[in-house]
Write a protein that binds this ligand. Structure first.
Ligand SMILES: [Zn+2]
Length: 286
């Protein structure tokens, strides 16, 4: 092997190693994802993107149909700081079935698997999608898996594998929140201020509680990817146009979490990706 080829080979190995490390969960937001490898760097249908009324295609899309979203989730409901976000693994509801969604532009029935958040800092906002140029304080992702596939890992290999609902949370200068479900989650954030620590969210909680009574008829939808490595292009995105308003002190609890390096876990959002001619659809009827 000549010197040049050998050097190229080593660079190639380093690239593979970096991609493997990131896919196995070792990544950070120091450059808002600009240094992520693999599909994150080469994909053409990546997320998040800029959503805007003047570029979206308005269509009479069916509304999203929610099943078991009004039923209490089984206990225990556990939230973990996984070093990148606060993640809640969703159990089935009290009738033994999972909360699920259909309709919209979803290619099938998708069961709710987990909920996590992306946020900013004391002086920055941290939603991943931008709506009409605006970044919101927090973006909540409810990850659903197509019932056709057995696991999230398997589903993430398929273009119709996953459906994520994006909900914007907005900090407002009030002290009282009527969003009791979200409050119960945010109130537990101080219990996960160590990397890999977990806490239990007590009491009955429904998926509707998480949606915070936003009008679910108004949303954007497009085909994209996971927004963390390996950035698999397996997600039908539904991002609601309306935001949930929460007291700023509640939102501020996110900013105290540490990442896996014990550095502040702040600004854990990926920078907006190229649209590359993808159609972005919009539903505007409440
Ligand atoms: Zn996310």
């Amino acid at each position: 092997m000549c010197v040049l080829n050998r050097r190229r080979f080593i660079v190639f190995l380093q690239f593979l190693l970096l991609a493997a490390k990131q896919a196995s969960g070792q990544f950070n937001y120091d450059q808002q994802g600009r240094d992520w490898a693999g599909t994150c760097a080469t994909g053409r249908s990546q997320s998040p993107i800029r959503l805007a009324d003047n570029t979206a295609i308005r269509r009479p899309i069916p509304r999203i149909r929610f099943t078991n979203y009004n039923r209490a989730l089984q206990s225990p409901l556990i939230m973990t700081n996984n070093g990148h976000t606060a993640n809640i693994v969703l159990p089935p509801t009290n009738n033994g079935q999972r909360a699920s969604i259909q309709g919209g532009l979803l290619p099938g029935t998708f069961e709710a698997q987990s909920v996590h958040f992306h946020w900013g800092s004391a002086n920055s906002r941290g939603s991943e999608h931008l709506i009409n140029g605006q970044r919101y304080d927090v973006e909540m992702h409810i990850v659903h898996k197509n019932v056709r596939y057995a696991t999230v890992a398997e589903a993430s290999l398929r273009p119709d594998g996953l459906a994520v609902l994006g909900v914007m949370l907005q900090a407002v200068p009030t002290l009282i929140s009527t969003h009791f479900g979200l409050n119960r989650i945010l109130d537990r954030l101080p219990q996960v201020i160590r990397d890999q620590s977990s806490t239990m969210i007590a009491g009955q909680l429904t998926m509707n509680d998480l949606l915070g009574r936003i009008p679910t008829g108004r949303f954007y939808s497009y085909n994209g990817s996971l927004t963390t490595p390996d950035c698999a292009e397996s997600v039908t995105w539904t991002v609601f146009s309306d935001s949930v308003k929460l007291p700023r002190p509640q939102i501020a609890k996110f900013w105290d979490l540490p990442d896996e390096r014990s550095l502040p876990l702040i600004n854990n959002y990926r920078h907006p990706q190229e649209i590359n001619g993808r159609p972005i659809f919009q539903r505007t009827l409440i």
